[in-house]
Write a new protein. Structure first.
Length: 227
């Protein structure tokens, strides 16, 4: 099921840019251009995350954050041109989960969305073990078996396999996998992910050159086989 995200900003170009990047991630995006409209949409559709500008018509972002936090625990990312330490602390004190200043990188914002959504999913309910063919992945125990035998993966290799297996059938770009496996601060080459993926294939595939589980999506990246 697509995760629902509400984007609130009175600048249409900013909203359209964020929506474009989020929809590439297969998110269901709602938009609002003022605080009152945003509150109505949040109450009606119960989004999984809200990206919220500070300066809004009718109801400003801080007041809206305060109201939303009183009504639910929906994660909120404040997106604003106000960048002083006092402003950031004020937003976080009102219940925001993260704070991104303008001008911003859409790629970094989407990565922050991924992190928060992944954390909220894990807090809601841990994923049960995945069994597909002879491969079994226990996400909680961080264990992998193939045909009843334990597969020894490095932490980065397990993180890569876990990321792909969480969403079978979804194609991940190399840059997305780098963000998830190595973190936002990683400054190495995206092709590093190819090396790690090939190492995982050697450990879980009968024939790494003709994989059953970790599939290449040409021109994009990789995906985990859907049953």
């Amino acid at each position: 099921m697509k995760r629902k995200i509400l984007v609130v900003d009175d600048d249409k170009k900013t909203v359209d840019l964020i929506r474009l990047y989020l929809e590439r991630e297969q998110r269901q995006v709602f938009v609002a251009y003022d605080g009152y409209e945003a509150l109505e949409i949040a109450r009606r559709y119960a989004p999984d995350l809200i990206i919220l500008d500070w300066m809004l018509p009718r109801v400003d972002g801080l007041d809206l954050c305060r109201i939303l936090r009183a009504e639910s625990s929906v994660p909120i990312i404040m997106l604003t041109a106000r960048s002083t330490e006092e402003d950031k602390l004020r937003g976080l004190d009102l219940g925001a989960d993260d704070y991104v200043t303008k001008p911003f990188s859409p790629r970094e914002l989407v990565a922050r969305v991924r992190v928060i959504l992944r954390r909220s999913i894990q807090e809601e309910e841990p994923l049960p073990p995945l069994q597909i063919g002879q491969l079994r992945i226990d996400f909680v125990a961080h264990e992998v078996w193939l045909a009843g035998e334990v597969v020894h993966l490095t932490p980065k290799e397990f993180k890569l396999l876990e990321t792909l297996a969480h969403e079978p059938g979804r194609a991940f770009s190399r840059s997305e996998l780098v963000d998830r496996v190595f973190g936002l601060e990683y400054e190495g080459f995206e092709r590093t992910i190819d090396v790690h993926l090939m190492n995982v294939r050697k450990k879980i595939e009968a024939d790494p050159n003709h994989p059953l589980y970790l599939l290449t999506v040409y021109g994009i990246g990789y995906k985990f086989r859907r049953e």
